[in-house]
Design a protein around this ligand. Structure first.
Ligand code: ATP
Length: 358
Protein backbone atom coordinates (compact mmCIF):
# COMPACT_ATOMS: atom_id res chain seq x y z
CA UNK A 1 0.00 0.00 0.00
CA UNK A 2 1.49 3.36 -1.03
CA UNK A 3 0.59 6.40 1.06
CA UNK A 4 0.89 9.85 -0.47
CA UNK A 5 1.07 13.11 1.46
CA UNK A 6 -1.47 15.49 -0.06
CA UNK A 7 -1.48 19.15 0.98
CA UNK A 8 -5.18 20.01 1.03
CA UNK A 9 -6.28 23.58 0.51
CA UNK A 10 -10.00 23.80 1.23
CA UNK A 11 -10.29 27.40 0.08
CA UNK A 12 -13.30 29.71 0.27
CA UNK A 13 -16.94 29.77 -0.84
CA UNK A 14 -17.85 26.37 -2.27
CA UNK A 15 -14.24 25.21 -1.69
CA UNK A 16 -14.84 23.26 1.55
CA UNK A 17 -17.92 21.57 0.04
CA UNK A 18 -16.21 20.36 -3.16
CA UNK A 19 -13.09 19.44 -1.13
CA UNK A 20 -15.07 17.19 1.21
CA UNK A 21 -16.63 15.37 -1.75
CA UNK A 22 -13.20 14.93 -3.39
CA UNK A 23 -11.62 13.63 -0.18
CA UNK A 24 -14.42 11.07 0.16
CA UNK A 25 -13.68 9.87 -3.39
CA UNK A 26 -9.93 9.59 -2.74
CA UNK A 27 -10.54 7.75 0.53
CA UNK A 28 -12.69 5.24 -1.36
CA UNK A 29 -9.64 4.10 -3.35
CA UNK A 30 -7.86 2.37 -0.47
CA UNK A 31 -9.56 -1.04 -0.49
CA UNK A 32 -9.73 -1.62 -4.24
CA UNK A 33 -6.63 0.15 -5.51
CA UNK A 34 -4.17 0.09 -2.61
CA UNK A 35 -3.63 3.86 -2.75
CA UNK A 36 -3.86 5.83 0.47
CA UNK A 37 -3.57 9.52 1.31
CA UNK A 38 -2.38 11.54 4.27
CA UNK A 39 -4.31 14.80 3.86
CA UNK A 40 -2.42 17.76 5.33
CA UNK A 41 -4.53 20.89 5.86
CA UNK A 42 -3.00 23.95 4.18
CA UNK A 43 -5.23 26.93 4.95
CA UNK A 44 -5.10 29.79 2.44
CA UNK A 45 -7.47 32.35 0.97
CA UNK A 46 -9.94 34.98 2.15
CA UNK A 47 -11.03 33.26 5.36
CA UNK A 48 -7.43 32.46 6.25
CA UNK A 49 -6.47 36.11 5.72
CA UNK A 50 -9.31 37.18 7.99
CA UNK A 51 -8.17 34.76 10.70
CA UNK A 52 -4.39 35.06 10.44
CA UNK A 53 -3.73 38.27 8.53
CA UNK A 54 -2.13 36.32 5.69
CA UNK A 55 -3.77 34.82 2.59
CA UNK A 56 -0.92 32.34 2.23
CA UNK A 57 0.79 31.75 5.59
CA UNK A 58 4.37 30.44 5.58
CA UNK A 59 3.16 27.37 7.50
CA UNK A 60 0.80 26.44 4.64
CA UNK A 61 3.53 26.98 2.08
CA UNK A 62 5.83 24.73 4.14
CA UNK A 63 3.12 22.05 4.28
CA UNK A 64 2.67 22.25 0.50
CA UNK A 65 6.40 22.05 -0.17
CA UNK A 66 6.76 19.11 2.24
CA UNK A 67 4.00 17.07 0.59
CA UNK A 68 4.03 14.82 -2.47
CA UNK A 69 1.39 16.89 -4.22
CA UNK A 70 -1.24 19.55 -3.50
CA UNK A 71 -5.01 19.38 -4.04
CA UNK A 72 -6.53 22.82 -4.01
CA UNK A 73 -10.09 24.10 -3.90
CA UNK A 74 -10.83 27.63 -5.14
CA UNK A 75 -10.08 30.67 -3.05
CA UNK A 76 -11.98 33.96 -3.29
CA UNK A 77 -10.74 37.53 -3.67
CA UNK A 78 -7.21 36.61 -2.57
CA UNK A 79 -6.59 34.26 -5.54
CA UNK A 80 -3.75 36.48 -6.81
CA UNK A 81 -2.02 36.21 -3.41
CA UNK A 82 -2.48 32.45 -3.29
CA UNK A 83 -2.50 30.48 -6.53
CA UNK A 84 -0.89 33.05 -8.80
CA UNK A 85 1.89 33.44 -6.20
CA UNK A 86 2.35 29.69 -5.65
CA UNK A 87 2.54 29.04 -9.40
CA UNK A 88 5.41 31.51 -9.63
CA UNK A 89 7.14 30.48 -6.37
CA UNK A 90 7.11 26.76 -7.19
CA UNK A 91 7.59 27.40 -10.90
CA UNK A 92 4.49 25.42 -11.87
CA UNK A 93 4.84 26.51 -15.45
CA UNK A 94 2.23 24.38 -17.23
CA UNK A 95 -1.46 24.83 -16.59
CA UNK A 96 -3.29 21.89 -18.15
CA UNK A 97 -7.02 22.36 -18.76
CA UNK A 98 -8.85 19.56 -20.60
CA UNK A 99 -12.32 19.95 -22.17
CA UNK A 100 -14.22 16.83 -23.11
CA UNK A 101 -17.81 15.96 -23.95
CA UNK A 102 -19.23 14.00 -21.00
CA UNK A 103 -22.08 11.46 -20.97
CA UNK A 104 -25.56 13.03 -20.82
CA UNK A 105 -24.15 16.51 -20.27
CA UNK A 106 -25.27 19.12 -22.82
CA UNK A 107 -22.30 19.79 -25.10
CA UNK A 108 -22.00 22.12 -28.08
CA UNK A 109 -20.82 19.18 -30.24
CA UNK A 110 -20.88 15.43 -29.50
CA UNK A 111 -17.14 14.71 -29.65
CA UNK A 112 -15.23 17.62 -28.13
CA UNK A 113 -11.88 16.50 -26.73
CA UNK A 114 -9.04 18.98 -26.47
CA UNK A 115 -6.59 20.32 -23.90
CA UNK A 116 -5.45 23.87 -23.33
CA UNK A 117 -1.78 24.06 -22.30
CA UNK A 118 -1.44 27.49 -20.74
CA UNK A 119 1.88 29.11 -19.79
CA UNK A 120 1.46 29.71 -16.09
CA UNK A 121 4.24 31.92 -14.79
CA UNK A 122 4.53 35.08 -16.87
CA UNK A 123 2.58 37.28 -19.34
CA UNK A 124 0.47 39.97 -17.63
CA UNK A 125 0.05 37.95 -14.43
CA UNK A 126 3.40 38.87 -12.89
CA UNK A 127 1.49 41.71 -11.23
CA UNK A 128 3.85 44.40 -12.50
CA UNK A 129 1.45 47.34 -12.57
CA UNK A 130 2.58 50.90 -12.01
CA UNK A 131 0.87 54.24 -11.81
CA UNK A 132 2.05 56.42 -14.65
CA UNK A 133 1.05 59.88 -15.85
CA UNK A 134 -2.42 59.73 -14.34
CA UNK A 135 -2.97 56.16 -15.56
CA UNK A 136 -1.50 52.72 -15.06
CA UNK A 137 1.06 50.71 -16.99
CA UNK A 138 0.96 46.89 -16.80
CA UNK A 139 4.05 45.02 -17.92
CA UNK A 140 3.76 41.80 -19.89
CA UNK A 141 6.72 39.43 -19.94
CA UNK A 142 7.24 36.71 -22.50
CA UNK A 143 10.58 34.89 -22.34
CA UNK A 144 12.23 32.37 -24.62
CA UNK A 145 12.76 30.00 -21.66
CA UNK A 146 9.11 29.93 -20.58
CA UNK A 147 7.80 29.78 -24.15
CA UNK A 148 10.11 26.90 -24.98
CA UNK A 149 9.25 24.74 -22.00
CA UNK A 150 5.50 25.25 -22.43
CA UNK A 151 5.74 24.45 -26.15
CA UNK A 152 7.76 21.30 -25.34
CA UNK A 153 5.13 20.32 -22.77
CA UNK A 154 2.37 20.73 -25.37
CA UNK A 155 4.17 18.57 -27.93
CA UNK A 156 4.92 15.88 -25.33
CA UNK A 157 1.24 15.89 -24.33
CA UNK A 158 -0.07 15.62 -27.89
CA UNK A 159 2.12 12.58 -28.45
CA UNK A 160 0.80 10.95 -25.25
CA UNK A 161 -2.85 11.67 -26.07
CA UNK A 162 -2.88 9.77 -29.37
CA UNK A 163 -5.83 11.87 -30.53
CA UNK A 164 -5.57 13.80 -33.79
CA UNK A 165 -1.90 14.72 -33.23
CA UNK A 166 -2.40 18.46 -33.70
CA UNK A 167 -0.90 21.39 -31.80
CA UNK A 168 -2.14 24.90 -32.40
CA UNK A 169 -0.22 27.84 -30.94
CA UNK A 170 -2.59 30.69 -30.04
CA UNK A 171 -1.22 34.23 -29.93
CA UNK A 172 -1.69 37.74 -31.27
CA UNK A 173 1.66 38.16 -32.97
CA UNK A 174 0.20 40.34 -35.74
CA UNK A 175 -0.22 43.15 -33.17
CA UNK A 176 2.06 42.19 -30.27
CA UNK A 177 4.94 41.65 -32.65
CA UNK A 178 7.75 41.41 -30.15
CA UNK A 179 6.16 39.59 -27.19
CA UNK A 180 3.75 37.23 -28.96
CA UNK A 181 6.15 37.27 -31.89
CA UNK A 182 8.75 35.60 -29.64
CA UNK A 183 6.20 33.09 -28.30
CA UNK A 184 5.11 32.14 -31.85
CA UNK A 185 8.70 31.89 -33.08
CA UNK A 186 9.69 29.56 -30.23
CA UNK A 187 6.61 27.36 -30.83
CA UNK A 188 7.63 27.08 -34.50
CA UNK A 189 11.17 26.06 -33.48
CA UNK A 190 9.85 23.37 -31.13
CA UNK A 191 7.42 22.18 -33.84
CA UNK A 192 10.36 21.54 -36.19
CA UNK A 193 11.66 19.00 -33.65
CA UNK A 194 8.32 17.13 -33.88
CA UNK A 195 7.78 16.59 -37.60
CA UNK A 196 5.10 13.94 -37.06
CA UNK A 197 2.83 16.42 -35.24
CA UNK A 198 0.63 18.71 -37.28
CA UNK A 199 1.40 22.27 -36.13
CA UNK A 200 -0.53 25.45 -36.88
CA UNK A 201 -1.00 28.93 -35.46
CA UNK A 202 -4.15 30.89 -34.71
CA UNK A 203 -4.76 34.45 -33.56
CA UNK A 204 -6.47 34.53 -30.19
CA UNK A 205 -9.61 36.25 -31.50
CA UNK A 206 -9.94 33.60 -34.23
CA UNK A 207 -9.38 30.90 -31.60
CA UNK A 208 -12.22 32.30 -29.48
CA UNK A 209 -14.47 32.08 -32.55
CA UNK A 210 -13.30 28.66 -33.72
CA UNK A 211 -13.81 27.13 -30.28
CA UNK A 212 -17.52 27.83 -30.80
CA UNK A 213 -17.61 27.20 -34.56
CA UNK A 214 -15.66 23.94 -34.69
CA UNK A 215 -14.53 22.76 -31.22
CA UNK A 216 -14.07 19.16 -32.39
CA UNK A 217 -11.20 20.23 -34.64
CA UNK A 218 -8.87 20.98 -31.69
CA UNK A 219 -6.49 18.56 -29.98
CA UNK A 220 -3.83 20.55 -28.02
CA UNK A 221 -3.84 24.34 -27.77
CA UNK A 222 -0.70 26.00 -26.44
CA UNK A 223 -0.91 29.62 -25.41
CA UNK A 224 0.26 32.37 -23.09
CA UNK A 225 -1.07 32.95 -19.59
CA UNK A 226 -3.94 35.41 -20.04
CA UNK A 227 -5.25 34.02 -23.34
CA UNK A 228 -5.24 30.55 -21.75
CA UNK A 229 -7.12 31.80 -18.72
CA UNK A 230 -9.88 33.34 -20.84
CA UNK A 231 -10.13 30.61 -23.49
CA UNK A 232 -10.33 27.85 -20.88
CA UNK A 233 -13.45 29.35 -19.29
CA UNK A 234 -14.98 29.45 -22.79
CA UNK A 235 -13.82 25.88 -23.36
CA UNK A 236 -15.43 24.70 -20.11
CA UNK A 237 -18.73 26.18 -21.22
CA UNK A 238 -18.70 24.12 -24.44
CA UNK A 239 -18.93 20.86 -22.49
CA UNK A 240 -21.20 21.57 -19.53
CA UNK A 241 -19.70 24.48 -17.66
CA UNK A 242 -17.22 25.24 -14.92
CA UNK A 243 -18.64 22.59 -12.61
CA UNK A 244 -16.99 19.93 -14.77
CA UNK A 245 -13.66 21.57 -15.63
CA UNK A 246 -10.54 20.16 -13.92
CA UNK A 247 -6.96 21.42 -14.14
CA UNK A 248 -3.39 20.82 -13.12
CA UNK A 249 -0.49 23.21 -12.48
CA UNK A 250 2.63 21.24 -13.31
CA UNK A 251 6.30 22.00 -12.66
CA UNK A 252 9.49 19.97 -12.90
CA UNK A 253 9.27 18.74 -9.30
CA UNK A 254 5.81 19.53 -7.97
CA UNK A 255 2.19 19.93 -9.05
CA UNK A 256 -1.07 21.37 -7.78
CA UNK A 257 -4.45 20.17 -9.00
CA UNK A 258 -7.57 22.32 -8.75
CA UNK A 259 -10.93 22.94 -10.42
CA UNK A 260 -10.93 25.73 -13.01
CA UNK A 261 -13.84 27.45 -11.30
CA UNK A 262 -13.68 30.10 -8.59
CA UNK A 263 -15.18 30.19 -5.11
CA UNK A 264 -18.69 30.81 -6.51
CA UNK A 265 -19.99 32.85 -3.56
CA UNK A 266 -23.47 32.93 -5.15
CA UNK A 267 -24.01 29.24 -4.37
CA UNK A 268 -21.70 28.74 -1.37
CA UNK A 269 -23.20 26.95 1.62
CA UNK A 270 -26.22 25.72 -0.34
CA UNK A 271 -24.87 22.22 -0.95
CA UNK A 272 -25.48 22.47 -4.70
CA UNK A 273 -21.95 23.08 -6.02
CA UNK A 274 -20.86 20.53 -8.58
CA UNK A 275 -17.89 18.63 -7.10
CA UNK A 276 -16.98 16.89 -10.37
CA UNK A 277 -14.46 19.54 -11.49
CA UNK A 278 -12.45 18.92 -8.33
CA UNK A 279 -13.05 15.14 -8.42
CA UNK A 280 -11.78 15.05 -12.03
CA UNK A 281 -8.80 17.11 -10.84
CA UNK A 282 -8.01 14.28 -8.39
CA UNK A 283 -7.83 11.87 -11.34
CA UNK A 284 -5.33 14.21 -13.04
CA UNK A 285 -3.41 14.25 -9.75
CA UNK A 286 -3.28 10.44 -9.69
CA UNK A 287 -2.07 10.31 -13.30
CA UNK A 288 0.71 12.74 -12.39
CA UNK A 289 1.68 10.70 -9.31
CA UNK A 290 1.68 7.59 -11.48
CA UNK A 291 4.00 9.08 -14.07
CA UNK A 292 6.38 10.53 -11.45
CA UNK A 293 6.50 7.49 -9.17
CA UNK A 294 5.95 4.77 -11.73
CA UNK A 295 2.99 3.69 -9.57
CA UNK A 296 0.59 1.80 -11.79
CA UNK A 297 -2.05 1.66 -9.03
CA UNK A 298 -2.41 5.43 -9.29
CA UNK A 299 -3.01 5.23 -13.05
CA UNK A 300 -5.64 2.54 -12.48
CA UNK A 301 -7.28 4.61 -9.75
CA UNK A 302 -7.30 7.68 -12.03
CA UNK A 303 -9.04 5.74 -14.79
CA UNK A 304 -11.51 4.30 -12.27
CA UNK A 305 -12.43 7.79 -11.03
CA UNK A 306 -13.10 8.96 -14.60
CA UNK A 307 -15.20 5.90 -15.23
CA UNK A 308 -17.15 6.34 -11.96
CA UNK A 309 -17.77 10.00 -12.85
CA UNK A 310 -19.12 8.93 -16.26
CA UNK A 311 -21.40 6.35 -14.63
CA UNK A 312 -22.64 8.92 -12.14
CA UNK A 313 -23.49 11.26 -15.01
CA UNK A 314 -25.19 8.46 -16.93
CA UNK A 315 -27.30 7.65 -13.85
CA UNK A 316 -28.36 11.28 -13.59
CA UNK A 317 -26.82 11.82 -10.14
CA UNK A 318 -25.93 15.42 -10.94
CA UNK A 319 -26.12 18.89 -9.40
CA UNK A 320 -28.45 21.67 -10.64
CA UNK A 321 -25.80 23.41 -12.80
CA UNK A 322 -26.07 20.48 -15.24
CA UNK A 323 -29.76 19.92 -14.81
CA UNK A 324 -29.96 17.62 -11.78
CA UNK A 325 -31.33 17.68 -8.27
CA UNK A 326 -28.51 16.04 -6.34
CA UNK A 327 -26.41 17.77 -3.72
CA UNK A 328 -22.63 18.13 -3.67
CA UNK A 329 -22.23 15.38 -1.09
CA UNK A 330 -24.64 13.03 -2.88
CA UNK A 331 -22.59 13.30 -6.07
CA UNK A 332 -19.35 12.71 -4.11
CA UNK A 333 -20.92 9.73 -2.33
CA UNK A 334 -22.17 8.27 -5.63
CA UNK A 335 -18.69 8.40 -7.19
CA UNK A 336 -17.12 6.99 -3.99
CA UNK A 337 -19.67 4.16 -3.83
CA UNK A 338 -19.00 3.15 -7.42
CA UNK A 339 -15.28 3.00 -6.61
CA UNK A 340 -15.71 0.81 -3.56
CA UNK A 341 -18.46 -1.49 -4.75
CA UNK A 342 -19.04 -0.86 -8.42
CA UNK A 343 -22.69 -0.84 -7.31
CA UNK A 344 -25.47 1.18 -8.85
CA UNK A 345 -26.43 4.31 -6.98
CA UNK A 346 -30.03 5.29 -6.36
CA UNK A 347 -31.06 8.33 -8.34
CA UNK A 348 -32.46 10.82 -5.85
CA UNK A 349 -36.13 11.71 -6.15
CA UNK A 350 -37.52 15.18 -6.85
CA UNK A 351 -36.71 17.91 -4.40
CA UNK A 352 -38.57 21.11 -3.74
CA UNK A 353 -35.37 23.15 -3.91
CA UNK A 354 -31.68 23.05 -3.21
CA UNK A 355 -30.96 21.66 0.23
CA UNK A 356 -28.23 22.88 2.51
CA UNK A 357 -25.43 20.55 3.51
CA UNK A 358 -24.98 22.21 6.87
P1 ATP B 1 -13.21 33.74 -10.15
O1 ATP B 1 -12.97 35.18 -10.46
O2 ATP B 1 -12.43 33.27 -8.97
O3 ATP B 1 -13.09 32.82 -11.33
P2 ATP B 1 -16.05 34.04 -10.38
O4 ATP B 1 -17.09 34.38 -9.36
O5 ATP B 1 -15.83 34.98 -11.51
O6 ATP B 1 -14.71 33.68 -9.63
P3 ATP B 1 -16.78 31.38 -10.39
O7 ATP B 1 -16.68 31.43 -8.93
O8 ATP B 1 -16.00 30.34 -11.07
O9 ATP B 1 -16.40 32.71 -11.05
O10 ATP B 1 -18.31 31.25 -10.77
C1 ATP B 1 -18.85 31.65 -12.03
C2 ATP B 1 -20.26 31.06 -12.16
O11 ATP B 1 -20.18 29.65 -12.30
C3 ATP B 1 -21.13 31.34 -10.92
O12 ATP B 1 -22.45 31.59 -11.30
C4 ATP B 1 -21.06 30.05 -10.15
O13 ATP B 1 -22.16 29.78 -9.38
C5 ATP B 1 -20.88 28.99 -11.24
N1 ATP B 1 -20.05 27.89 -10.76
C6 ATP B 1 -18.73 27.92 -10.57
N2 ATP B 1 -18.30 26.75 -10.08
C7 ATP B 1 -19.39 25.96 -9.94
C8 ATP B 1 -19.58 24.64 -9.45
N3 ATP B 1 -18.58 23.87 -9.03
N4 ATP B 1 -20.85 24.16 -9.46
C9 ATP B 1 -21.86 24.90 -9.88
N5 ATP B 1 -21.74 26.15 -10.35
C10 ATP B 1 -20.52 26.69 -10.38
Amino acid sequence: MTKYAVALMEGDGIGPEVSAASVSVLNALKPGFGVEFDFRPSPAGDLCKKRTGQALPDSSLATIEGSDVCLKAPVGETAADVIVKIRQMLDLYANIRPSKTMPRVPSLKPAIDFVIVRENTECLYRGMEFEFEGGVVALRTITRKASERIAKHAFALVEQRKHSNKVVAVHKANVLRKSDGLFAQVCREVAVQHPSVSFSEMLVDAAAMNLIRDPESFDVIVTTNMYGDILSDEAAQLVGGLGLAPSGNIGEKFAIFEPVHGAAPDIAGKGIANPLAMILSTSMMLDWLSSRRGDHSCAQAAAAIRSAVNSTLEMGVVTPDIGGRSTTSEVGAAVAKLLTTGAQVNIPGPRSGASSEN
